[in-house]
Design a protein around this ligand. Structure first.
Ligand SMILES: Cc1ncc(COP(=O)(O)O)c(C=O)c1O
Length: 397
């Protein structure tokens, strides 16, 4: 590179990434092919509109890329073109969620979702997010006793509040979601069922986590977590009419993404999405997804054996929460102690946390990135030993 300052920083970051044990649940390492697509000449092109309907000339090749990404997205999750539509243009997960709400729920009306403090995402209506300011959110959490989703309670709230949409998905809920039960609740109250599978999309693709597609109306996913692709997002929508209107769901979503919220799509990102979707369709990726979950289960169990309290008692996915405060170490302190020893995690609230989100009671641990590096169960046992040793030697009792 001619720009030596940035070149140096890229090299330093590469070294940092290779020199740590990365347990951030939302991160992963992409392949060289994904990086090549991201760094390709497609970044030079303006392509406002959709394939075949662009506002600029010179999009013949771009159209092929976007169509390929769409085809691969449907194929990966076993969806028929007649029943499902897909939009690969969202810049990332947050604008994708905003586009879905803007498309399907009139501003000011009710949406139900999991609260951030219980494991949901900022864009599921947190008050500091635009989503929380524009719609009236009814939040649900987990049962205090089991730390699992309480479908009886969700149904009770939904029947009482009659939201226009129910959002299922998480950033910090370790268990499987019963999509069938939530679908039933949506049907009972006339709500659209939206699943944000950003965290577990790669696990669904690899058959290691239940698929939301048989039950949901709309499914959003980021492509950079367990799916191992570029920072971007995809929205899948059923080809059905929005009730009480003559509009098709997917048309509304397409219009909300462009021109509603975005200008020109990032074609280099879309090319990289296409690459990651092809990679995710291989038998090797299936094996990878299963290994991610196996690794998370082993790591959680080993920590548990050493006396660390794991929220809800374990995990069914790529992530879990450790209640470090139960042994006198706050989440922030735990994060810092581990980082000093090159283990990267993030501090996280745990359900019913009594501490501040800036220094909560727990840490979140995920195994997608270390599994991409080839780690297996025996490595998880070693990582658990290391975490235990570091935290105990700094006061964890
Ligand atoms: C469940 C969920 N939804 C949406 C997002 C937002 O994605 P992005 O950070 O790409 O805007 C995230 C990212 O953390 C997430 O975990």
């Amino acid at each position: 590179m001619k720009d030596k300052e940035i070149e140096r920083l890229i090299k330093l970051e590469e070294k940092r990434q290779n020199g740590v044990i990365n347990l951030i649940a939302s991160e992963n390492y992409v392949s060289r092919d994904v990086l090549m697509a991201l760094g390709s000449v497609f970044t030079n092109k303006y392509s406002e509109g959709y394939p075949g309907k662009r506002y600029y000339g010179g999009n013949e090749i771009v159209d092929k890329v976007e169509n390929l990404a769409k085809e691969r997205a449907l194929k990966l999750f076993g969806l028929s073109k007649n029943k499902w539509s897909v939009n690969v243009q969202p810049y990332s997960g947050s604008p994708a969620n905003l586009a879905i709400y803007l498309a399907l729920v009139p501003i000011g009306q009710k949406i139900m979702g999991m609260s951030l403090s219980m494991g949901g995402h900022l864009t599921h209506g947190h008050k500091v997010s635009a989503t929380g300011k524009l719609w009236k959110w009814i939040h649900f959490g987990v049962s205090k006793k089991t730390e699992l989703l309480d479908y009886y309670e969700i149904r009770r709230i939904a029947r009482c509040e009659k939201p226009k949409m129910i959002v299922a998905g998480f950033t910090a809920y370790p268990r499987v979601i019963d999509f069938k039960k939530l679908r039933k609740i949506c049907d009972e109250v006339g709500a659209i069922f939206m699943v944000d599978m950003s965290h577990f999309a790669g696990l669904v693709a690899g058959g290691a986590y239940p698929s939301p597609f048989p039950h949901a109306d709309v499914v959003m996913t980021t492509t950079h977590k367990t799916l191992c692709g570029p920072r971007a997002a995809i929205i899948f929508s059923r080809k059905i009419k929005l009730h009480a209107s003559s509009f098709m769901l997917h048309d509304l979503i397409d219009r909300a993404v462009f021109p509603g919220l975005q200008g020109g799509p990032h074609i280099n990102q879309i090319a990289a999405i296409a690459v990651c979707l092809k990679e995710a369709a291989t038998p090797a990726f299936k094996k990878y997804a299963k290994q991610v979950v196996k690794n998370a289960k082993v790591l959680a169990k080993e920590l548990q054996k050493k006396g660390w309290r794991i929220v809800s008692g374990g995990t069914d996915s790529h992530l879990f929460l450790v209640d470090t405060w139960a042994r006198g170490i706050s989440g922030k302190t735990a994060q810092e102690l581990l980082e000093a020893e090159k283990i990267i995690v993030n501090k996280n609230t745990i359900p019913f946390d009594t501490r501040s989100p800036f220094d909560p009671s727990g840490i979140r641990i995920g195994t997608a990135a270390v599994t991409t590096q080839g780690m297996k169960e025996k490595d998880m046992i070693k990582i658990a030993q290391k975490i235990d040793k570091i935290l105990k030697s700094h006061g964890g009792h």
